[in-house]
Ligand binder design. Structure first.
Ligand SMILES: [Zn+2]
Length: 304
């Protein structure tokens, strides 16, 4: 079974791989509970485990395998966990945009969304020395306007949508973005997160069981070359000791296949732009918004 538009990856790699880390930290408890957050010590400590304990561990593994990867960090977390961010930047990893305090763009007004995006870009630039090139919308909650705002602010790519196995192009009124699609199948939230104060109560699985799902996606892409494997993991979730030890084994295995190109999402997006610019590859174009011209019978809305 072949992919419809396999991407020619550098050095003949069959799969482009990116372990992306969304460092939400305690932004989640603050945005959910406001002033009452300070009275929720246990949940706060669970979330702060991310920048304080997991990030150094994750960086050590990336150094061991000589990987440069992408972190998506709410601007509020960048200001409140500057030490972790400094360490990430010192190791040359990418820092992308992930909201100001993990707010959902599709629950804001257009003006609010753009305003918080601009304030966050300034904070990212101040702490990393570079404007962000990539976006991951918090909880994938992109609004109809997000792609246009991203293009307007000079972003190169988004990584919040789920429309393909390979990168594609989002066409907006303000220019194009490379979409580096993700999937709930490679997100660590469903197999691991149990956080009653945040309203998530899944049944945590063993690292081996969780990794079976993530690796199944990888193996499928090796057998149908030219695709993209992106994990969406969180330091406070996947950076726990037993889970991260299992990740270490997974990286070793993936590298050992000789079939992979590990890169930051910015590098992957730049590659797509380069090969489509030279005519070597023709990516799929998605014109937004999706619902243009579609008719939905009013009397059936809400009858699902
Ligand atoms: Zn997040």
């Amino acid at each position: 079974m072949q992919l419809a538009r396999p991407v020619p990856w550098p050095n003949g790699a069959k799969v482009a791989c990116a372990i992306t880390l969304d460092m939400d930290a305690d932004s989640l408890i603050h945005i959910h509970h406001g002033e009452d957050a300070q009275n929720k010590l246990s949940a706060t400590s669970m979330l702060r485990y991310g920048p304080e304990v997991a990030v150094p561990r994750i960086l050590e593994t990336f150094r061991k395998y000589d990987l440069k990867q992408s972190f998506f960090i709410p601007a509020w977390c960048i200001e409140n966990h500057a030490e972790a961010v400094e360490a990430i930047v010192a190791d040359d990893h990418e820092v992308g945009y992930h909201g100001y305090i993990h707010e959902a763009p599709n629950s804001l007004s257009e003006a609010q969304e753009h305003d918080w995006m601009c304030r966050s870009i300034e904070i990212i630039e101040k702490h990393t020395g570079k404007r962000p090139r990539g976006n991951r919308s918090p909880l994938y909650h992109m609004s109809a306007k997000t792609p246009e705002f991203l293009a307007q602010e000079g972003f190169v790519y988004d990584s919040s949508l789920m429309g393909d196995d390979v990168p594609y192009i989002l066409k907006t009124g303000r220019g194009n973005l490379v979409e580096l699609p993700v999937s709930w199948a490679t997100d660590d939230w469903p197999p691991y997160v149990h956080a009653p104060d945040l309203g998530y109560m899944f049944a945590p699985q063993s690292p081996d069981r969780a990794m079976e799902i993530f690796v199944a996606e990888f193996e499928a892409l090796r057998h149908s070359p030219g695709g993209l494997w992106i994990s969406v993991w969180h330091p406070f979730v996947s950076g726990r000791l037993s889970r991260w030890q299992r990740v270490d084994q997974m990286i070793k295995y993936m590298l050992g296949t000789g079939d992979v190109w590990f890169a930051t999402l910015e590098e992957i997006a730049n590659h797509i732009n380069a090969i489509s610019g030279s005519g070597e590859y023709e990516p799929r174009l998605d014109s937004l918004p999706y619902s243009n011209g579609m008719q939905v019978p009013q009397e059936l809305i809400g009858k699902a």
